[in-house]
Ligand binder design. Structure first.
Ligand SMILES: [Mg+2]
Length: 241
């Protein structure tokens, strides 16, 4: 097999997501909301915690619960617009979301051994793309990857929120392959969810590697490994054999 491109899922593969959902929960959600209220005040607006819940988070969460059937992420725009109108501010979407996200983003850590594995893959001449389902703009996660020196390894980064499509649809993977300029026969998808990552990989017609996890059922992958650290050796055996 001639292998050129490696498509990597993010959560559970490259980054430890502190809860599988990819957005702030519990204490980090609370701290993020406090930061968001401070920003709104600094911008000349005035809202209470209850206002935030009613204007932004409750309506967004209803959309979020429907995202799987919608086949895309729940948009923040209409809810942020409502929030801005009530607060009388003009702060851009990304700046508002960043205030809420930051305490959570600062907690996200690389998976042990992932950076070294990515270096080995690049050194072997492979090109890497990130294909990730996320509920917020990709720019927020790119900041996290940059802080951990992981961003530049990816020649293509495709986030579901920005691309308006989620895995298991193969659309994110196909776009990433176009970015890399590789055919599906030259590429492999690596992820920790069989339903989404392996499902999307098979639908896109690429080889698949499942990183074993507790995330339930889905299609079988071509191979299984315990973590990304095992990927360079596995892929070498594919290309040598
Ligand atoms: Mg994942």
């Amino acid at each position: 097999m001639v292998l050129k491109g490696v498509l990597l899922d993010m959560g559970g593969v490259v980054l430890e997501m502190a809860g599988a959902r990819g957005f702030p929960i519990e204490r980090l959600d609370w701290r993020g909301r406090e930061a968001l209220l401070r920003l709104i005040r600094a911008e000349g607006g005035k809202l209470s915690r209850d206002d935030l819940e009613k204007l932004l988070f409750t309506p967004w969460r209803l959309d979020y619960q429907r995202r799987v059937e919608m086949g895309r992420e729940a948009a923040w725009e209409p809810h942020l617009k409502r929030l801005r109108r009530a607060a009388g501010i003009t702060t851009p979407d990304l700046q508002l979301l960043e205030a809420w996200f930051r305490p959570y983003g600062e907690r996200l850590q690389p998976i042990s051994g992932a950076a070294e594995a990515m270096d080995r893959l690049c050194a072997a001449g492979l090109k890497l793309a990130l294909v990730s389902n996320v509920p917020l703009p990709g720019a927020l996660y790119e900041q996290v990857l940059r802080r951990h020196d992981l961003l530049e390894s990816f020649e293509s980064r495709r986030f579901s929120y920005d691309c308006d499509t989620r895995k298991p649809s193969p659309a994110l993977l196909r776009t990433a392959l176009e970015d890399l300029g590789f055919d599906r026969q030259e590429s492999v998808m690596v992820g920790d969810r069989r339903d989404r990552d392996i499902g999307a990989g098979r639908a896109a017609g690429v080889a698949t590697v499942w990183i074993r996890s507790e995330t339930g059922d889905g299609p079988d992958a071509d191979a299984e490994i315990g973590s990304l650290a095992e990927l360079p050796t596995l892929l070498r055996s594919w290309t040598d054999g």
